[in-house]
Design a protein around this ligand. Sequence first.
Ligand SMILES: Cc1cc2nc3c(=O)[nH]c(=O)nc-3n(C[C@H](O)[C@H](O)[C@H](O)COP(=O)(O)O)c2cc1C
Length: 120
Amino acid sequence: MASSPWRLSVAPMMDWTDRHCRYFHRLLSRHALLYTEMVTTGALIHGDVARHLRFNAEEQPVALQLGGSEPADLAHCAKLGEQWGYEEINLNCGCPSERVQRGAFGRSSWPTASRPWSMW
Ligand SMILES: Cc1cc2nc3c(=O)[nH]c(=O)nc-3n(C[C@H](O)[C@H](O)[C@H](O)COP(=O)(O)O)c2cc1C
């Protein structure tokens, strides 16, 4: 597996790493991979896609973090992320937050460790 080209990343943080925060982070460094907040598949499938996915080109490289438990939904949303120009799609596989666990997505909802890979 190739090693990551990024020496510095700013972790995905719900309610923090929105596009305004990322723009600010980008002013601090041209050499960091920035992450979105976790965006749920439900928010993209049933909500306002542009509101969740738009970002300023100045923010790049940006990774879109997805949260969900249905492989087909995750695959659909990963394609949306690709179409919107994200540098990377990241799956939330292990966030320990209560909100994630209550929402039954992430690692806690998967019956087997292989679940994330079943969508590819
Ligand atoms: C306010 C807050 C929100 C977070 N939101 C997410 C998230 O949306 N997705 C995720 O994978 N991790 C989330 N995390 C976890 C962080 O990305 C990071 O992995 C965690 O803070 C561990 O890093 P540390 O050991 O340096 O604290 C969040 C953490 C904090 C403090």
